[in-house]
Design a protein around this ligand. Structure first.
Ligand code: NAP
Length: 478
């Protein structure tokens, strides 16, 4: 039985390790870039870190005592994935620098074609292509006319001079906030163009001491205990956001409000930073120092809407030209692209574009009817907004393995979700989404074109239960 894993990011590395452990020897990991790491390879902006604590944002089977901080910096996370992949023998399995362009199911096999023209024929495809990786560029007049260095946050231009420069940042999501705190000391002037204010949860980011790290090294049970404690604490957040009336979400709101009231000193600035929607409706910003940074003399919060971009800077609707040397577009990602633009064609010539018209859907976010033996990790409508994605990928892969094992055991040749199972799941998901904080009145990348959150709307406990054992009634086994 031959498998293909598409993508050598966090989920693809995991799939390769687990396939290997289960005795699968015939598989290739396809990676479009020349390095593994996914989002941690692509994002190299100053201040990059993960808002999931590092001891939780680790594979459960590869905990490390060496994390430098509670929320360790991006390059350290990238180095972690490279090390784990190396130690588990994944690297020789990866075909680097060759994107899968097409994936067509015929005669019981998936036929893969890469950008270089290489062809492969496999029984099972695991698409581990990530969620937030197609940069979304803003539709602003004159975008291409800017004379200085301009780039998306996920395409950071390290040749651009920041020290002593006038830097503009469009956007106030998690990315922009991290960049602001990281560069405000270095620039002559920082203009942050805010379209919508954000709630900010203050979370300190202490370094682990030498002694703490030594203790983790000497007592692995301490490390495992920390991983479990963090997972339990994260569940509180995960459960809070799916119930907009929960006591926990109200505590989060109070903490964000107190952060704003106590730490922004100028009343006028405070009002401009005050969101008009509920905390955690958009992805909650975690930052210990954003408010400090935006109150620095070098920083300016620009709340006037952008009119256009000109060769010398950004012009706002009040007619003012904000002159800039560097312009960073921290404007987010196309969250509904997934493995597209890859051409995927399932049974009976059904294309992914047809299956995903008008919007992406998959049973439990892993399986699409008429796309047999094609499994996604962190696919559409999964828990991207409330759980640690690394934990999610591990749980999802364990589940997917149950289906793959049936093929290996010869119980069937083709497995995919039934249309009924998908319809029932989507119906229940849409209903449950109405209780979540994500629908309480804000714009966010969680919402699909109908305003329904494309996110798992239930608790973590329910997630664990549902993913423990595959309910075979939901699948067509041919
Ligand atoms: P984002 O949350 O989608 O934020 C994009 C920002 O750009 C928003 O403030 C948006 O304004 C603004 N924007 C978009 N188009 C605009 C336009 N035409 N004019 C003016 N403003 C515009 O993107 P992100 O910050 O890159 O974060 C995406 C996700 O990546 C996060 O939610 C998180 O899941 C993940 N991430 C996590 C971390 C972390 O671990 N801390 C760090 C970075 C990213 P509106 O709000 O008005 O739409």
């Amino acid at each position: 039985m031959r498998c293909a894993v598409i993508g050598a990011g966090m989920a693809g590395i995991l799939a390769a390790i687990k396939l290997n452990e289960a005795g699968y020897r015939d598989f290739t990991v396809y990676e479009k870039a020349s390095r593994l790491g996914g989002t941690w390879r692509e994002n190299t902006y100053p201040g990059l870190s993960c808002d999931v604590p590092s001891h939780l944002y680790s594979y459960s089977f590869a905990l490390t005592p060496d994390w430098s901080h509670r929320f360790s910096p991006g390059p350290e996370i990238q180095a972690y994935f490279e090390r784990v992949a190396e130690e588990h023998g994944v690297v020789p399995r990866i075909r680097f620098g060759d994107a899968v362009a097409g994936c067509v199911f015929s005669d019981g096999k998936w036929h893969l074609t890469t950008a270089s023209g290489h062809r492969d024929e496999v029984d099972v495809v695991i698409a581990a292509t990530g969620v937030l990786h197609h940069p979304k560029y803003p539709d602003i007049d004159g975008l291409d006319t800017f004379d200085g260095a301009m780039f998306h946050s996920a395409r950071w231009d390290h040749g651009a001079q920041l020290d002593g420069a006038r830097v503009g940042i469009i956007g106030t999501g998690s990315t922009a906030v991290q960049i602001v705190s990281a560069i405000v000391d270095r620039v002559a002037k920082l203009s942050l163009f805010q379209r919508t204010a954000q709630w900010v949860m203050p979370q300190e980011n202490p370094a682990y001491t030498y002694e703490e790290r030594a203790a983790f090294r000497e007592q692995p049970e301490k490390l495992a205990g920390l991983h479990q404690n963090l997972s339990d604490m994260f569940d509180i957040f995960a459960n809070a956001v799916v119930d907009s009336e929960s006591a926990e979400i109200k505590m989060i709101e109070q903490a964000c409000l107190a952060n704003l009231e106590n730490n922004v000193h100028d009343p006028a600035l405070r009002e401009r930073l005050r969101p008009e929607y509920r905390a955690a409706c958009k992805r909650l910003i975690i930052s210990p120092d954003f408010y400090d940074a935006i109150q620095r003399p070098e920083a300016e919060l620009v709340t006037e809407a952008i009119e256009s971009i000109e060769p010398r800077g950004v012009r706002t609707k009040d007619g003012r030209l904000h002159e800039l040397d560097v312009l960073v577009l921290a404007t987010g990602f196309k969250a509904d692209a997934f493995m597209r633009p890859m051409e995927v064609v399932g049974r009976n010539g059904m294309t992914l574009e047809q299956a995903w018209s008008p919007r992406p859907e998959a049973y439990l976010s892993i399986s699409i009817p008429e796309f047999p033996n094609f499994f996604m990790l962190n696919g559409p409508n999964g828990p991207v907004g409330n759980f640690s994605l690394i934990e999610v990928a591990e749980i999802q892969f364990r589940y997917v393995m149950q289906l793959i094992e049936r093929i290996r055991a010869g119980e069937c040749r083709e497995v995919c979700a039934t249309r009924d199972a998908l319809a029932d799941f989507e119906h229940a998901r849409e209903q449950a989404a109405q209780r979540t904080v994500w629908v309480t009145g804000c714009r966010s990348w969680y919402l699909d074109d109908l305003g329904v959150p494309a996110v798992w709307p239930w608790s973590f406990v329910r997630f664990l239960e549902q993913w423990k054992a595959a309910d075979l009634r939901a699948y067509e086994l041919a």
